[in-house]
Design a protein around this ligand. Structure first.
Ligand SMILES: NC(=O)c1ccc[n+]([C@@H]2O[C@H](COP(=O)([O-])OP(=O)(O)OC[C@H]3O[C@@H](n4cnc5c(N)ncnc54)[C@H](O)[C@@H]3O)[C@@H](O)[C@H]2O)c1
Ligand SMILES: [Zn+2]
Length: 349
């Protein structure tokens, strides 16, 4: 068992342990007095894991009820959000009750935003079931839904009371969705964890608990230092400026993890071409991404990428913060004029 404590506006534990799903009730009862438990899950995860969670919650004295959304990003919508709020109200969930998010990042973000806003805030517990959700979205308190104008445009910073990661649940993930999570794992290595990057040269499955712990520690450190994303937390956006453009240009046909892999390859190649990053590091980065079955070539032009990126919410007036690797384990926030962005991308294509 591994435990990482996050000390943001709320202090909470992230527990990583094989089989913890069946002890979720007992672990939750240590931080929340047994109450009504509104489980939000999706149509793929529910048949696999919801009954086990319910059984364990009941055994610990909780009274679970379940709301299932259709699997996929489409459920991070205003419609699902309102339906879930209605479900909570109709079932008379009160401020002393709790929401449980059982699923990937979609369920976690939606449950978290509902928890942040229902009755002006009720407690919630994250039980992530994708690698991406374990190493990234379930920790740190960013919650959101999408609106037609863009992804994650409505949300709140709202920390969970507990995060329970059961690496055993990853066994049922498809290869592609597992690889998506690997892109974010590799990202932590490039940002500031050379040791992690080295570990990834051996197969990830045999050391998965340790790898998840390492990523959660890396995320915890930036979240503790900068919960509201105005400083070092921006480092987590490595590869994400181009990635968001690629996702949008492909109408979300390219998955987030694949887009992050391509974005990371672009920024690393650009960093080498512009003299910031040794060529051997960029080679290792691209090889590492490819060894995890991730793409590194971009189907779009620099001008297409830049045009979409400059419409994104991360722009601050006339400059944009890019996260640039100066070497593996040494990425920095690099402020550039918006007019230089296309050239940066062009250097990396
Ligand atoms: N809040 C944050 O800080 C943060 C960070 C990164 C990403 N995100 C968000 O996370 C979302 C992506 O998360 P995701 O990649 O987990 O996507 P997801 O939640 O859509 O899950 C991917 C797919 O895997 C299925 N699935 C989940 N667990 C499974 C399991 N154990 N076995 C079999 N199938 C399973 C899901 O049903 C879905 O079809 C995006 O909406 C993104 O914006 C949020
Ligand atoms: Zn990401």
């Amino acid at each position: 068992m591994k435990k990482v404590t996050v000390t943001a506006s709320l202090t909470y534990d992230v527990i990583i342990d094989n089989g913890i799903l069946d002890r979720a009730g007992a672990e939750s009862a240590k931080v929340i007095k047994p109450c009504r438990a509104a489980i939000l899950t999706d149509s793929n995860v529910a048949p696999l894991y919801a009954e086990r969670l319910e059984k364990s919650l009941k055994a610990a004295g909780f009274s679970p009820i379940r709301f299932t959304v259709k699997a996929g990003e489409g459920s991070k919508s205003a419609e699902s959000y309102l339906s879930f709020l209605n479900f909570l109200a109709e079932n008379q969930i009160t401020r002393t009750d709790c929401i449980f998010a059982l699923g990937g990042g979609v369920v976690g973000d939606l449950a978290g935003f509902a928890a942040a806003t229902y009755l002006r805030g009720i407690r919630f517990i994250q039980i992530p079931t994708t690698l991406l959700a374990m190493v990234d979205s379930s920790v740190g308190g960013k919650t959101a839904i999408d609106i037609p104008a863009g992804k994650n445009l409505v949300g709140a910073f709202y920390q969970p009371s507990l995060v329970l990661c059961d690496p055993k649940t990853l066994d049922t993930l498809s290869k592609d969705i597992f690889a998506d999570g690997c892109a974010e794992v590799i990202k932590y290595g490039i940002i500031n964890d050379k040791e992690l990057f080295k570990k990834l040269k051996s197969p990830i499955n045999s050391q998965i608990e340790e790898i998840i712990e390492r990523c959660v520690i890396d995320k915890r450190d930036v979240v503790n230092a900068d919960e509201r994303d105005v400083g070092v937390r921006q480092l987590l956006n490595l590869g994400h400026t181009a990635a968001h453009s690629i996702e949008a240009l492909s109408h979300f046909e390219v998955s987030h993890g694949s887009a992050v892999a391509i974005g990371t390859a672009i920024i690393s190649r650009a960093a080498t071409k512009l003299g910031y990053c040794p060529e051997s590091d960029t080679k290792q980065i691209v090889n590492m991404l490819e060894s995890y079955g991730l793409p590194t070539n971009c189907p779009y032009s620099a001008s297409e990428l830049a045009e979409v990126a400059l419409r994104d919410k991360k722009r601050n007036g006339d400059t944009i913060n890019l996260i640039v690797p100066f070497g593996i384990g040494n990425s920095r926030i690099h402020k550039i004029p918006v007019t230089d962005l296309e050239g940066f991308f062009a250097a990396g294509l």
